[in-house]
Design a protein around this ligand. Sequence first.
Ligand code: ATP
Length: 253
Amino acid sequence: MTAPLLSVRSLHKAYGALTVTDDVSFDVAENALHAIIGPNGAGKTTLIHQLSGSLPSDAGSVHFSGRDITRLGMVERVQGGLARSFQITSVFEGFTVLENAAMAVQARSGSNFRFFAPVARDRGLNDQAMAALSRVRLDDRADRLAGSLSHGEKRQLEIAIALATGAKLLLLDEPLAGTGHEESAVLVELMRELKATHTIVLIEHDMEAVFALADKVSVLVYGRLIATGSAEEVRRDPEVRSAYLGEEEAAQC
Ligand SMILES: Nc1ncnc2c1ncn2[C@@H]1O[C@H](COP(=O)(O)OP(=O)(O)OP(=O)(O)O)[C@@H](O)[C@H]1O
């Protein structure tokens, strides 16, 4: 059996007396989409912070591509091929769509942002940025200001930014949050296409999307994983239904 691309063991994070992630362990196979679901406040975003390196863990380990990255910060993890998109829209609205993607290409190379006129003139940088934009179908918006994009297009741009860093593994934190039906359909289709080339850890409350896309689903409740399995296994799990899914599916009916 091939080794997992991402291997998480016994991760733990507490804020004072509040334990937010507790003994969290799971593996993500290469080119799989692994969804992490759970009620509000379960610790999903905290877990993504721990995986991206923006938040140090109190205990546990993270291995990526066979390398122990537990003690690496976010910049080193991005340069190693692990990038996240943010739950809160995080694009630079006063810059063009292309400049946003080009800055992410620069981040990959480890250079500091070389201020922005040079970014716009750098052909190699722009080619790579355009490639990321066309993966998310924003190439025809390249010259627009990011601030002028619709909410759904901004979410597409966030994914392009993560792609432009050269990531092999994308950590996507609620990419469908706040999107309308059509925007959400575009993003679901994009994630389906990305599975062919990328490994994805997805946090998402939209259960229809999760069950349509996920190869594996883990369920986080009060900081602990109560189940990991195929979408079907998790959907049928009685503990998952009583702790989370019953209510969530009822709410979506
Ligand atoms: N910096 C912090 N200091 C103290 N408590 C925090 C901090 N960050 C998160 N928490 C708490 O940790 C718990 C988990 O929060 P987290 O945002 O990780 O949950 P979540 O599963 O992502 O929730 P949601 O689905 O609503 O986004 C919550 O009780 C939250 O209040």
